[in-house]
Design a protein. Sequence first.
Length: 423
Amino acid sequence: MIHGGTLVDPTGTRPGDVLIQDGVIVSAGNRVESAPAGTVVLDAGGCVVAPGLVDLHTHLREPGREEAETVETGSRAAALGGYTAVVAMPNTEPAIDSAAVVRQVLELGRDALCDVAVAGSITVGREGTRLAPLAEMAALGVKLFTDDGSGVQDARLMRRALEYASSLGVTLAQHCEDSSLAAGGHMHEGEWSSRLGIPGQPAEAEELMVMRDLALCRLTGTPVHFLHLSTARSVAMVRGAKASGLPVTAEATPHHLCLTDACVAGYDTVFKVNPPLRSAEDAAAIRAGLADGTIDAIATDHAPHAKEAKEAPFDQAPPGMIGLETALGVALSELDLPIERVVALLSWKPAAIAGLAEHGRPITAGIPANLCVIDPEMEWTVDPARMASRSRNTPFAGRTLRGRVRHTVLAGEPVVVNGQAQR
Ligand code: NCD
Ligand code: ZN
């Protein structure tokens, strides 16, 4: 039983307890005076009880980069962050570009502390030249495909991929970056890159591909999901496209909504990420896009990198930041939105994009108990040494955030209790 909280779900907000049996919710919304003997009671006093969070963009690094993260450590970080499901990105080694690798990652995720869904790559080896066997991956339940880490550069190939995806009923997700324009850039191109002497990549490198994919979406009538949007003009283009009826969705990361290129001033590689941290105006546009629904979801782009890799000079270090354990706290602290809206951006809206039917559901009898309990007032300081992720590359180290996960329940199992992972 989850006792004493306020239920927040797509149907609204109401006080109530939740009774769970055999992984399934058996009652929700009433105060339970006496639970059956032997019931495990999780205290939700002062807390919001919500559908578990869903991350559209998690790099779990398995197979091939286990020194940075594994399915086990990444899913533990996810559970601590309130997630009951994550979508594992396919830029692994080898890439997730066949049924065999999809099976391997699904198998690794079977006993994980959150559900692990898989995104397949659009092209073989993410090389951008030949279409991957999307059908055999879709047959295993893969619903999202992306070459994330890079964008599909060839417009004709992307058009064919969209037509293929349409026939399979799956969604293509694009990492929008024109590689010829971004080449050689290690941060956002602007005043800070000039001052620091670090070659930049212009906002237009992202915007050109957003523009092109909006055109291809119109041409094919097939949905496109935009990963980690970072510029004001990208948001404006997606806003216009939605107004004209195009079937597009978009996500933004916690770091792009509150950090800027000024963070790079100390040459600390923890602030190196793709797309790069942009200007303060861009970050404000991301927040506005989240507030008005132009951006559908917050996705972490949790991108763990080993200490040794991040210790390289700025131009040689790999881009990426971890985010699973801080996303909710950052969103609650930095967005001027009521908690209901923040939870929507982190739970049921991404669940719908990922096609995860067992997550982000209204909290009612009969549905799988995938839930998180959030203390919205709890203040805590981000300490990388105490994180569950195998990597420590968080840009929020030392920050005080307001809002923290108290419990996470996965298919009825309390996997996080009082902020502690249970296995
Ligand atoms: C990601 C990674 O490290 O895999 N890096 C990043 O800077 N975001 C790749 C990606 O999401 O583009
Ligand atoms: Zn990406």
